[in-house]
Structures are given as structure tokens and as C-alpha cells.
Design a protein around this ligand. Structure first.
Ligand code: BGC
Length: 940
């Protein structure tokens, strides 16, 4: 409903109204935060005031009638994190809202279109459904697999028939499960979500979902159906089986259970609730095996015929078991669920041996396939998934380790053909090996379904360099493959856990590519839930305990500080800081205790961990950066972020404390790890003995590594003068290494920014464009469509190398090295946030001399669209930028001198009201408000 206000004179327009980062969501936050994005044709436009109306009915959404909240005119420029301050919100309450803004001249704009949110079930007493389930474990036989055994009980199916006396005006399904659920009404799946209700520490919180199912119900008899699978709750997790952990499955419980209630309002205003209870019947269905890591086996012959029909007689079904699931803390899922976000067609099929066909999907991704098949009852089609092929064309499954990753479909023999998609598993793959297919399959028989948390795409990046474009594509695909309810390390092998080191290093890139505000709201909670009693954050979250020695590690545990900080930086989210503050303080107290109050970690401080020292600069090449030096750097970095976050939430005393701590750590660091004369980073390598027990310890340790300098520069451990000298050492190290990088997980992100910051942009570009091992380009030259775990995961024309790499750890979809995108966005396109949420930002592109002539980047920030694109043309540099309403940017235009810069074809001094800054080091600064601006200058 668009409401044009007769008084509106400003063209300021609020759009994209969201509540708790989601559009028209179901929420359970009692003080939800609202946001909108403003557009205007007027340059340098900003909001000086806003007014929000919230009403319980759409008809009441007018001044004077808004019965829940009328904010009145509130002075201020906020367009996000605006907290609802109206009447207390009740369970099931629907809220309609709209907003208008006043512009810089205090002129009133139009009302926005209306949006809504709806409250979930806020009280425990709102839940009157029972937990139902069925334990099939006594009928389940173990299955031999790779010298071990798998235990995969069949999935129960549930049914209940109800009668709706009247036509329905509103119906909601509130649903959760221990394990994974699928719920259907009259044979039609409710919602589009996969792997719901996601993975959490189920003993601390369990999420439920709400679906509007009004359109799925009619007057009369209805069939309610559900099925369950073990999922993360009772299924296999990670490498527990591989390493011989005493527990390999059932980390949270043994039997899945369902709790759901369908609440119906009839057109006459009466209501009914249809809850899971003892009236529900249960049976086994077609799903004989089902597990996230191991895949599914579905026998279509075993699906009870017509069970979705009201004529079905369920007298032979058993009564559902009522499960005592304890008093769980139920909360509404706070993010975009996992959904199918794209479909993919195979690009080729080859018959690898008789009856064995390999489908190449052309892209490595996470998800499933939909199988289309026609054949006899009992025909059995087996689908195996892999990311790579052996040189002889066989599917490579060695790198999946103990993940069986196999789906099997047994046909019922429908003469019209059959279609099947698994429900409760997913795989990371590019290739599908198909056996048992009746006849010869064609490309029509397999469709790839891309699954992932449905985070909106907000970033775009393009250049005129094909390899760089492919790299960006690979980064985005790897993010899509690993943002599956939690940020996983990889989607294919028996791991898929929320490794904290990977997530902290990639968080900045993630937020440029996708709107991960809600996604990380969820995972940061998982992280807090997994914090150890003694204060350290874990190696991965959730942390069910797949190996007793997986405790904490430097630079992994700091995710508990870095991820909330990145959330604040990207979205201005202070609530997440407030909520997590106590937990973060506890972590800092752990550091204090662990470092014995010494403000640094000498060599050997983490020798009690396994591996010793933690994971360090994981998967680096050559000599290892001392883990304790990195631990000190991350301690200091955490202290610095704590100071900034304390300031953001008004804790000035804590801000001072952490500021002081951060300084002390930096001093202690240079006293111990810096040779102040030469500005060389040093370590007592002898303290590590023969390196036994440390990751790659046999290679020896040195302070003089790329990763050490990159971190010390990037994370501010040196003063300005020292930084420049250290930048020189870093540049020299790269030269000495034949112009190649040597960094692992803790240096790959920092390396290029550290070079740029110390005047070596040319070397940063050289590293980006390098195609020899180790480099990003090497992966692409070798056919990568996603980011690899290791720099040398695969070598195209070297079958032997491939064979030797089929080792225990070789994922082709690992996002950590994709964090180089931060530099691409910040330095190539030049867009860098200053104040949180891009309230103010910088556009300072670094133009390389050669190889790249065009870069274009865009980011839909919480304030609106930011873009920077430049090209070289006829000796000129053309730069176009856009700056959203309500923000300010300082643009640095490379030029000969200030007279060399044209803005919209006029010299800067011919413009009125343009805030010109200094000309410094070949760049002219201009401070601009919102709008799109075109600059032209001479290429140097
Ligand atoms: C994971 C990593 C993780 C690491 C710890 C690996 O198995 O795949 O990405 O961070 O363990 O070093």
C-alpha cells in the first residue's frame, strides 16, 4: 500500500524496510530493530529526522491511529538499528509498519510502502504440542564402510488427519525438531527450507520456524505429515569416526523427535490448534538411511501408497511415541534458512566404465541433485559425489575421508517416470557418479540443486582480467558452499564444522559479498554457547566434542572477539556487542591468566595444546611463523577491538582499560619479538626444539616470515616508521622467494594489504596475478571453480602429484584463502569503511601500471549502494563512484596535481560546495555526500 502524503516535498524515499535484518519476518525479539534504505536524486542528501508508525492492522497505519507505536518526528540520521519502542509485543502479534524521513532542509518525504513482522511464541506456555518420535535403532543393522561400520536408522514418517470446520483466514505452523524435519500438508512440503531447524548446541537453545500455511489449507479433511532424520542431533558429525573418537554419532541424543503445532483461525474468528501428540501415527517409509555426511537411501516401493490422501487408512500404523525431550529453550530461527538458491545443468557425461556414468556439473558447489528416472520396480540408482576425478576418469572420493556421500534411489517402477531429491543430506561436489541407471542417462536425468543459507547477494566485482574475474567467482561460490547454517570449513568431507579460525579471517570478505547480518547473528550465538567455562572460545562452534583435544587455539579462539566486531563494522550492530560483552570480557580474562599477566606469549606458551602451539599459520609454505608470536599479535588485536567495541557501546572505562592493555601488549611484543634496530621480527627458534608436535614443526621456525611482517603491519604492531622498514623486509622476502607468497591461513588476508600500506602496491598486484605455485592464479590455471584448502591441492597435468595428494586433508572448497578479496575490494576498487556500517568511507583505488585496465565494484551496504569503478582510456583515468544517501565518502583521485582532476567535466575549483581536501602523494582528496560522481584525471 503506497501512501502519498500531500505534504511530501522531499524526494527522500525509504525502501527495503527490514526488521532484525529480515524482510517481513517472523521474530521473537521483543525489542526488534528496524532499518530502511534511503534513495534520493538530490546530491549530498541526508536524513535529519524520521517518523515510524507501527499498527496491529494495516488499516491503522496512519498518524493518530497507529495503535502500537508512533515514534513522532525523531531527530537523527539513523536508518538502521532503530529500536522499536512501542507497546509490549505479544506472542503471535502481527505488526505493520512504515516510515518517512525528513531531508537535509528539514523537508518531509513520502511514507514508505508498508512492511510487517510477526511475533512467534514468546512464552513457554504457548507451546502445547508434545514431542513425538519413533526409535528404530533396534531394527537397524550396521553397514560396513571403509573398514568401519555405519549405523543409519531409517527415518520415521508421521501422519495425522484433521478436520477444519470452516474456511481458514489464517494458519501458522510452529515447528521444531531434535534432528531434521520435513512437514507436509496434503502431500505438499511446508516452506522451502532444508536442514531445518539447523545446528546449535541443542542443550542450550533449539530453534523453531514459523510458516504461513494459510494457502495450504481448506475446509474439511486435511492430512498432516512429517518425517524426521538424525541430522546433527543424532547423526554423524565431523571426523569423529575417522579419528576413532569414542562417540561418533548421537552427540546430542539418540532419537530424533518432532514438535509442531498448527494454529488455525477460521473466517468466523474461531481458532483451533492441531499439535503433535499421541493422536499422531508413525510408520517407516521410503527413507531407509539418512545422514548429513553419509547421504540417503530411499526405497520408493516402501512409501505407503496414498498416505497423503484423506482416504488413507492408517490403522496398521503405530501410535507415535511421546518423547521426553526435557525442558528445551526454544527460540525463533534468527537468520535466512538453508534453501535451494540455484539449479545447475550438467555440462557433460562420460561413461567411465560399463554402466558407470560420470556427470560433470561444471561447477563445484554444495547441495543435492534431483534425479529423474524411468525403470522397473526395484531398479537401484546409486549416486556418488566427488569434487575431482582421477586422471583415469574415476571419481575421487579419497578426500571425502569417512563421509560416504552417497545417495541411493530404488524405483517403484512408475511407467510415467519418477523424480527424487534427498531431504536431509547435502554434498560438496562437481561430479556425480551414477550407477544402476536403467538405460543410458542423459543430461536431463540429473539437475544440480545449490543449497546454502539464503543470504542476499550484496557484492559485485569485475575487472578486465579473466583470471581475476574467475577468482572472484570462485570466492563467491566457496562462500555459498560453506555458509550452510553455520560457516563451515568445507562442504564435502567428514568435517563441515564451524572452524573459528577460518570464520574470523573470512568474516570481512563474507560481509562484502553477502548480507550476512542475520547469518552471523546466529553463529555468534553458537560461538558464545560454545565458549569454554575457562573463557577460551573453541576451535569450532557448535562444539559437540568430536575430539577431546579440540579445545582452543590462538587466532581461532579470537573469533569470539573478531566476528562480533566485524558484525559491528559491517552493520553498526551494537546490540550484538552488548549481548556478548560479558562473554568477551571473560575471554580477555582468560588471555590475561594464560599469559600470566605478562602481556605477551613467549615461545612455547601453548605447548599444552594439541597440536602444540595450536594451528598457527595453517597450511603456509616454508618456515613456520612462531605460533606464540601470532598468539601475542592476536591477543593485542583482540584488546584493540575490545577498546573500540567498548567505545561503541558507551563503556568508556572499559575502553580505556583495553586501550591501555592493547598498548602494553604491543610494547611487550616489540620488546620480545622485534629487533628494534633492524626492525626484523625475531624468535628464539631453539625453544621449539626439533619442532615435534607442532604443525609442520620440522620445517623450523623463524620470525622473519611473510606472515609475521604482514600481521605486524596490518594489525598495527609497529609504529609508522617501523612499518615502512618492515614493509621493505616483506617485499624483500617475497623477492627472495621468486616473487611468490608463502603465507597460510593467518597471512593470506594480511599480506596484500600490508604491502599496499607500505608502498608496495605493485608487489601486491604481482602476487594477485601470479599463476605459479603457490598463488590464487595457480588454482585457476589448474581448473579451480572454488577456493582450495591448500595452495597445491591439485596440479592439472601431473597425475602422480594428484595421486599423492589424495591424502587425508584436501578440500577443494575452503574459503580461508578467499579472504584476499578484502584487498581486492579495499584496494583495487578502493572502497573502505571508516565509521562503522560505511556511515563514512573512503574510495581510494590503487591503479596498477599494467595488466589491469578496468575494475568495477559494488556493495549494497546497510545504507544503500556504494560503488567504485575505474578504467584507463586514452591516457586518462575515468573514475565513477556512488555514495548512498546519509553517508559521506572521501574519494582519492590519482592525478598529476589538483588542476588535473575533472569532476563531471569541470575542474574542482569550478564546483560550488565541493569539499576539496589536500593533494598528497599523487592523489587529490575530495569529500562528498551522496550521489554519483564522475572523475577524470591523467594517468601517471
Ligand atoms: C579444517 C580447517 C581448520 C583446521 C584447524 C581443518 O581440518 O578443515 O579449515 O581451521 O582443521 O587447523
Amino acid at each position: 500500500m503506497l501512501c502519498i502524503d500531500a505534504l511530501a516535498v522531499s524526494d527522500l524515499k525509504p525502501e527495503y524496510l527490514r526488521c532484525e535484518y529480515l524482510e517481513n519476518p517472523f521474530i521473537d525479539e521483543k525489542e526488534p530493530r528496524l532499518s530502511w534504505i534511503l534513495t534520493s536524486e538530490v546530491r549530498d542528501q541526508h536524513q535529519t529526522a524520521y517518523r515510524i508508525l507501527v499498527a496491529s492492522k494495516i488499516e491503522l497505519l496512519e498518524p493518530g491511529k497507529a495503535d502500537l507505536w508512533d515514534s513522532d518526528k525523531v531527530k537523527g540520521s539513523e536508518t538502521s538499528q532503530v529500536v522499536y519502542k512501542g507497546k509490549p509485543l505479544l506472542s503471535r502479534q502481527k505488526c505493520y509498519w512504515k516510515v518517512k524521513s525528513w531531508d537535509k532542509k528539514d523537508q518531509e518525504g513520502e511514507w514508505s510502502k508498508s512492511a510487517s513482522w510477526e511475533m512467534g511464541l514468546l512464552e513457554k506456555a504457548d507451546w502445547n504440542s508434545k514431542w513425538i518420535g519413533k526409535d528404530f535403532s533396534s531394527t537397524t543393522q550396521p553397514i560396513p564402510f571403509k573398514n568401519k561400520e555405519l549405523f543409519l536408522p531409517p527415518s520415521p514418517i508421521f501422519r495425522n488427519q484433521i478436520n477444519l470446520k470452516e474456511k481458514v483466514s489464517k494458519a501458522r505452523l510452529y515447528i521444531t525438531s531434535l534432528g531434521l524435519y520435513e512437514y507436509k500438508i496434503n502431500g505438499e512440503k511446508v516452506g522451502k527450507d532444508f536442514l531445518a531447524p539447523g545446528w546449535t548446541d541443542y542443550n542450550k537453545r533449539l530453534y523453531y520456524h514459523v510458516y504461513d500455511v494459510t494457502d495450504q489449507l481448506d475446509k474439511g479433511e486435511q492430512v498432516l505429515q512429517a518425517s524426521l532424520s538424525s541430522g546433527w542431533y543424532s547423526g554423524y558429525i565431523g571426523y569423529a569416526l575417522l579419528i576413532g573418537n569414542p562417540v561418533v554419532r548421537g552427540f546430542y541424543g539418540d532419537t530424533p523427535a518432532l514438535r509442531a503445532q498448527l494454529e488455525v483461525t477460521y473466517t468466523n474468528g474461531e481458532t483451533s490448534t492441531f499439535a503433535t501428540n499421541e493422536e499422531w501415527k508413525v510408520s517407516s517409509g521410503g527413507l531407509l538411511e539418512s545422514d548429513i555426511l553419509h547421504g540417503e537411501t530411499f526405497d520408493a516401493r516402501k512409501v505407503p501408497e496414498n498416505w497423503s490422501s484423506t482416504n488413507f487408512d492408517d490403522k496398521n500404523w503405530e501410535q507415535a511415541e511421546i518423547i521426553n525431550a526435557g525442558n528445551r529453550n526454544l527460540e525463533l530461527y534468527p537468520a535466512q534458512p538453508v534453501q535451494m538458491t540455484e539449479t545447475i545443468r550438467p555440462i557433460e557425461i562420460h561413461e567411465q566404465e560399463e554402466g558407470k556414468y560420470i556427470f560433470n556439473m561444471g561447477q563445484n558447489f554444495a547441495g543435492l541433485v534431483k534425479l529423474k528416472v524411468k525403470g522397473k520396480a526395484g531398479d537401484k540408482v546409486v549416486l556418488k559425489f566427488g569434487e575431482m576425478l582421477h586422471p583415469d576418469g574415476r571419481l575421487m572420493d579419497e578426500n571425502l575421508r569417512m563421509a560416504r556421500a552417497t545417495d541411493t534411489y530404488i524405483l517403484k517402477g512408475d511407467p510415467d517416470g519418477e523424480e527424487w531429491t534427498p531431504s536431509f543430506t547435502y554434498h560438496g561436489f562437481q561430479y556425480v557418479e551414477v550407477t544402476g541407471f536403467p538405460g543410458k542417462p542423459t543430461k536431463e536425468n540429473i539437475t544440480g540443486l545449490v543449497l546454502g543459507s539464503n543470504t542476499p547477494r550484496v557484492g559485485h566485482f569485475e575487472t578486465d582480467h579473466p583470471m581475476v574475474n574467475q577468482l572472484y567467482k570462485n570466492i563467491v561460490w566457496t562462500q555459498r558452499a560453506n555458509f550452510v547454517d553455520i560457516p563451515t570449513d568445507c562442504p564435502q568431507r567428514d568435517e563441515r564444522m564451524g572452524w573459528t579460525g577460518d570464520a574470523q579471517t573470512y568474516a570481512g570478505t563474507a560481509a562484502i559479498n553477502m548480507d550476512v547480518s542475520a547469518f552471523f547473528t546466529k553463529w555468534i550465538q553458537d560461538l558464545h554457547d560454545a565458549q569454554w567455562d575457562y573463557g577460551a572460545y573453541p576451535d569450532y562452534a557448535p562444539a559437540p566434542g568430536v575430539r577431546s583435544t579440540d579445545t582452543y587455539a590462538p587466532a581461532w579462539m579470537e573469533a569470539g572477539i573478531i566476528n562480533p566486531y566485524e558484525q559491528y563494522r559491517a552493520y553498526g550492530d551494537t546490540r550484538i556487542l552488548e549481548k556478548g560483552w560479558e562473554s568477551m570480557e571473560k575471554f580477555m580474562a582468560f588471555h590475561h591468566q594464560k599469559s600470566k599477566g605478562a602481556f605477551f606469549y613467549p615461545e612455547g606458551s601453548f605447548a599444552d595444546l594439541s597440536p602444540k602451539g595450536g594451528y598457527g599459520d595453517w597450511l603456509s609454505v616454508g618456515k613456520k611463523t612462531p605460533p606464540d608470536m601470532l598468539a601475542t599479535i592476536y591477543y593485542g588485536y583482540a584488546a584493540q577491538l575490545m577498546a573500540e567495541m567498548a567505545t561503541a557501546i558507551g563503556k568508556s572505562e572499559r575502553a580505556m582499560h583495553y586501550h591501555d592493555l592493547s598498548k602494553k601488549i604491543r610494547t611487550a611484543f616489540s620488546d620480545h619479538y622485534l629487533d628494534k634496530e633492524t626492525v626484523r621480527l625475531v624468535t628464539n627458534a631453539a625453544a621449539y626444539g626439533d619442532g615435534k608436535g607442532y604443525v609442520d614443526g620440522q620445517m623450523g621456525f623463524s620470525g622473519n616470515t611473510q606472515t609475521a611482517y604482514a600481521n605486524a603491519i596490518y594489525l598495527d604492531f609497529l609504529d609508522e616508521e617501523q612499518k615502512m622498514v618492515a614493509g621493505g623486509h616483506l617485499a624483500q622476502l617475497i623477492k627472495d622467494n621468486d616473487g611468490k607468497l608463502a603465507t597460510g591461513f593467518l597471512g593470506a588476508k594480511q599480506l596484500l594489504p600490508a604491502l599496499s600500506a607500505t608502498g608496495h602496491s605493485d608487489i601486491a598486484y604481482q602476487l594477485l596475478l601470479n599463476e605459479e605455485y603457490p598463488s590464487w592464479g595457480f588454482e585457476i590455471k589448474n581448473g579451480a571453480t572454488t577456493i582450495w584448502e591448500r595452495w597445491d591441492s591439485y596440479v592439472k597435468d601431473d597425475p602422480e602429484k594428484l595421486a599423492s595428494l589424495n591424502n587425508g586433508m584436501n578440500s577443494f572448497s575452503h574459503y580461508a584463502f578467499g579472504s584476499v578479496f578484502e584487498w581486492m575490494f579495499h584496494n583495487m576498487a578502493g572502497i573502505k569503511s571508516e565509521e562503522a556500517a560505511y556511515k563514512t568511507f573512503v574510495i581510494a583505488p590503487e591503479i596498477p601500471k599494467n595488466d589491469i585496465n578496468y575494475v568495477s565494484a559494488r556493495h549494497e551496504s546497510i545504507h544503500g549502494k556504494i560503488s567504485s569503478s575505474w578504467k584507463k582510456e586514452g591516457g586518462k583515468l575515468l573514475l565513477e563512484v556512488s555514495i548512498p544517501v546519509n553517508t559521506k565518502a572521501t574519494v582519492f583521485i590519482p592525478a598529476k596535481d589538483e588542476l588535473d582532476v575533472l569532476l563531471d567535466n569541470k575542474r574542482l575549483d569550478q564546483h560550488e560546495g565541493i569539499q576539496k581536501g589536500n593533494f598528497y602523494k599523487g592523489k587529490q582528496a575530495v569529500k562528498l555526500g551522496s550521489g554519483t560522481y564522475k572523475f577524470e584525471s591523467s594517468l601517471n
